[in-house]
Design a protein around this ligand. Structure first.
Ligand code: FMN
Length: 308
């Protein structure tokens, strides 16, 4: 059975990756399983300078999901290069670094971190244009065609030898527009979806539970919307798609691949159990076995829509 996929030039032994911000830089999860089993590790978002996150409480549970407003806290690129990258390089898995523009969040801030990433021994860069929990940059760029095009073009110029994946926000009316903008600006792939802007109120205190008031909704609650968006984007662009949003089982991952994803990520599912990504991989293999499919690539984008 062939499980290898070529995702935008990144050779992955299987299509299973872990979503940015839910797996740190791999260290903690490596105590549970061998990271070499994953097709790729996608790191927590990195900026040029270290960034302090939002005040606590930063997470809360919701029906079939969770809210988070971490605020893109991270130790900065220098620390990543010295401490995290050498650790990740010990494993036989692709390394995709999720990056953003830091506290300033300007185009120049994005370019600055990408210039450094271009020099590193990593397999790809995922540009976060979609975080709903910070005041500057990120989703501010990600919601319009022009915003995505401007920032992707600028980063593309300096990312001369690394696959560039643009991560899209679902907080838009038409997800195909930012996807087309990423493609038009030279991105090698898009990943979708990031979280939905959302709020939970404590009825006793009459205050939102998160100190940031709003946060990003993730987990199984968002999965059907993510599947619909992956399908729409697959019809609109020719570049490959990394699909994510609420994946918990092999069957969930297969849904995303049928809708058009070449690879998938497990996010909030990692908090439910550190083994969720491996369970998803086992489930995918069981599906291939049951349906006598000898190459996983043959199912990508093969959903058969009903005739209405
Ligand atoms: C605690 C937490 C932190 C996150 N941090 C990032 C981040 O740094 N960069 C990013 O692009 N996405 C980040 N995300 C979004 C996830 O990568 C993913 O797109 C989203 O959670 C949907 O997938 P899921 O439903 O499987 O969690 C974060 C999500 C959570 C729950």
């Amino acid at each position: 059975m062939k499980t290898e996929v070529n995702f935008a030039g990144i050779k992955m032994k299987n299509p299973i990756t872990v979503a940015s911000g839910t797996f740190g830089y791999g260290r903690e999860y490596s105590e549970f399983f061998d990271l070499s089993k994953l097709g790729a590790v996608i790191t927590k978002g990195i900026s040029y300078e270290p960034k302090i996150g939002n005040k606590a409480p930063r997470v809360c549970e919701t029906p079939a999901g969770m809210l988070n407003a971490i605020g893109l806290e991270n130790p900065g690129i220098k620390h990543f290069i010295e401490y995290d990258l050498p650790f990740l390089k010990k494993y036989d898995t692709a390394i995709i670094v999720n990056a953003f523009g830091g506290a300033g969040g300007t185009v120049q801030d994005y370019v600055k971190v990408c210039e450094v990433l271009n020099t590193l021994d990593i397999d790809g860069v995922e540009l976060n244009l979609s975080c709903p929990n910070v005041s500057a940059g990120c989703m501010a760029f990600g919601t319009t065609y022009d915003g995505v095009k401007e920032i992707t073009s600028a980063c593309r110029k300096v990312l001369t030898n690394k696959p560039l994946i643009v991560k899209l926000t679902p907080n838009v009316t038409d997800i195909t527009l930012p996807a087309k903008a990423a493609q038009d600006a030279g991105a090698d792939a898009v990943s979708l979806i990031n979280t939905f802007s959302a709020m939970v109120i404590n009825t006793e205190t009459r205050k939102p539970i998160l100190a940031n008031n709003t946060g990003g909704l993730s987990g199984p609650a968002i999965r059907p919307i993510a599947v619909r968006m992956v399908y729409q984007v697959a019809q609109a662009v020719n570049i490959p798609i990394l699909g994510l949003g609420g994946i918990m089982t092999g069957n969930d991952a297969i849904e995303f691949m049928l809708a058009g994803a070449t690879a998938v990520s497990i996010g909030a599912g990692n908090f439910y159990s550190p083994y969720t990504s491996l369970d998803v991989l086992d489930g995918v293999k069981e599906y291939l076995d049951k349906h006598k499919i000898d190459d996983i690539n043959s199912i990508i984008g093969t959903v058969q829509m009903n005739q209405k």
